[in-house]
Design a protein around this ligand. Structure first.
Ligand SMILES: [Fe+2]
Length: 562
């Protein structure tokens, strides 16, 4: 009898357990929301960690990963009753990871420039107003009377603006950490000098030393300098190249600028704007012998009122051509300057290759590009916060991401060919390769005799709307195989939002993808930022470093080996 009762109880318990398990599963399947808390990732993050804080490491970091990763982005967009409306305008905040074997230390702190200190001086209630990517909404600190709103904003933009939230550049990659010149930079001349050991802000500047005598004012310079690819680890000074737009007595010029590790700046070539309009470019191409500047069909609208109302990107004028300029580095000679009907819009270059054909060079610049300007200048441009913070339905109006696009210049024929890659359908942004931002002359190997410099085989990038999802918030980190024109492998997890990966090469590796990727990721369910270390061969996570902190969406950064 007892046994029978026990059996009955057991059977009832089992049935209950089954039903319960089923209902739990069913509830989970129907109510568990995917891609949660994306909005945390684009919210203000005022918390700072201003001393190196030890973090627990889950997994094993390869022993060759020794150095400091510095990520740059915005940290605050809101004052008491006003807000910057574009993510690129946030007050610059860096997130640093110092890695030594299995020890990882972390800092998160605002850059202490003039722009940020203005905000602190006003009790963190009021944002400085300047011409930015988006307007400052409802700015209330503009003095009334005496000086017009426009004049005040222009004055602040020119005299006080030193906010540098876009990238980190090491002008001294050959020096040890005691003698480095590490800067935070943006799409304009201001720079912030950072102490790589302490992460303290050492100084900030609002403009560059004039590179072209006293003739001009440098208005724009890309946030993507590139190292000369003719240098090696033994060089005592490493040249960085960049492209700037200068206004001056010569009119409006696009300059290819070279800067040494000591800070000496020279203009390699100055190219006149053909019609007096002001072009905008966010990056350019550089290989061993040539620089390629692609001027997309966008021009800065010179009317300050319009820039203040819409921000500089949404107020752009559109022209009907793309101008492609190829410069021979050894002589500074412009060897090709062609305007083509095809419209190419882009933020980021990926790589540049050089091929010799009948003693003449064919140079190919690979971009992450768009056939329309929506992602840059449209109503639903990338991370316009006043839209994107309204929720998922608004973010789902964003562009699905860039495509691979090769711009190929043939010096002999003076021709420009544009090839869009339609085989890879996953949109992407913030592309990097093993060779991005390295200075040691390492270029992709090639078996073909006429190839002086090849495109890398593998490109790593984030993609929203990952894997065919209709949800913008579905993010993944992709490894593209450009030889097979396909996704080689990827990392994608529910509610994990990833930043631009940085490649750290395995010094004993033999293949291009032997190394790891470092990516700062926000975990929506845990509401915590973690550093992910992924095996670059198969995109599997080999270590995670939780920070106990929240870092907002960041843009670019660099790896400084120790
Ligand atoms: Fe960028």
């Amino acid at each position: 009898m007892k046994m029978k009762k026990a059996a009955t109880i057991t059977i009832v318990a089992l049935i209950y357990k089954q039903v319960n398990a089923f209902s739990t599963t069913a509830t989970t399947a129907t109510t568990r929301e995917t891609n949660v808390n994306f909005s945390d990732w684009i919210a203000d993050a005022p918390n700072e960690i201003i001393e190196w804080k030890k973090c627990q490491v889950e997994g094993t970091i390869p022993s060759y990963v020794k150095g400091t990763l510095i990520r740059n982005g915005g940290g605050i967009w809101s004052g008491e009753d006003e807000s910057y409306s574009h993510i690129f305008d946030g007050l610059a905040k860096i997130h640093a990871y110092r890695i030594n074997g299995q020890e990882v230390e972390h800092q998160a702190r605002f850059l202490q420039g003039r722009w940020y200190n203005e905000y602190v001086k006003k009790n963190k209630q009021s944002l400085p107003a300047g011409i930015g990517t988006g307007p400052v909404l409802d700015a209330n600190e503009i003095p009334k009377g005496g000086i017009s709103h426009t004049a005040q904003v222009l004055y602040d933009t020119v005299v006080n603006f030193d906010n540098t939230p876009v990238n980190i550049w090491d002008f001294t990659p050959h020096r040890d950490t005691t003698k480095k010149r590490i800067t935070a930079i943006t799409d304009a001349p201001p720079r912030t000098l950072i102490d790589v050991n302490t992460m303290d802000t050492l100084s900030s500047s609002t403009m560059n030393s004039i590179a072209y005598g006293s003739k001009g004012y440098e208005l724009l310079i890309t946030a993507h300098p590139l190292y000369s690819q003719n240098e090696n680890k033994d060089d005592t000074s490493v040249d960085s190249y960049n492209v700037a737009v200068e206004l001056g007595l010569n009119g409006i010029c696009v300059n290819l600028v070279k800067e040494t590790s000591e800070g000496k700046r020279t203009v390699v070539t100055s190219i006149k704007s053909e019609d007096g309009t002001i072009p905008y470019t966010h990056s350019f191409g550089l290989s061993k012998n040539y620089a390629m500047i692609v001027l997309q069909p966008l021009r800065l609208n010179p009317a300050p009122d319009k820039q203040i109302e819409f921000g500089f990107l949404r107020s752009m004028d559109h022209v009907d051509h793309t101008r492609v300029i190829l410069i021979e580095l050894a002589t500074g000679r412009v060897v090709l300057d062609e305007s083509i009907d095809e419209k190419i819009y882009f933020y980021h270059m990926i790589s540049q290759a050089e091929i010799m054909e009948d003693d003449d060079a064919v140079v190919s610049l690979r971009l992450c590009a768009y056939q329309s300007s929506d992602q840059l200048t449209g109503e639903h441009q990338f991370m316009r916060l006043e839209k994107c913070r309204k929720g998922r339905h608004m973010r789902n109006k964003l562009h699905r991401g860039g495509k691979f696009c090769d711009v190929i210049c043939n010096v002999k024929n003076q021709s420009v060919k544009v090839e869009w890659n339609d085989e890879i359908n996953q949109g992407f942004e913030l592309p990097v390769t093993r060779y991005s931002r390295t200075f040691n002359g390492e270029v992709p190997p090639s078996n073909e005799l006429n190839v002086l410099q090849a495109h890398p085989r593998y490109v790593y990038a984030f993609g929203a709307f990952a894997l065919g999802s209709q949800d913008y918030d579905n993010w993944g980190l992709f490894k593209f195989d450009m030889m097979k024109n396909e996704i080689d492998s990827y990392y994608q997890q529910d509610s994990v939002y990833l930043s631009e990966p940085v490649f750290v090469a395995d010094p004993n590796g033999k293949e291009e993808d032997d190394g790891v990727l470092l990516s700062q990721a926000y975990f929506g369910h845990e509401q915590e930022t973690k550093l992910l270390i992924l095996d670059a061969t198969d995109m599997k996570v080999i270590a995670e470093v939780p920070t106990g902190n929240v870092a907002p969406l960041d843009f670019h950064g660099t790896w400084i080996p120790s």
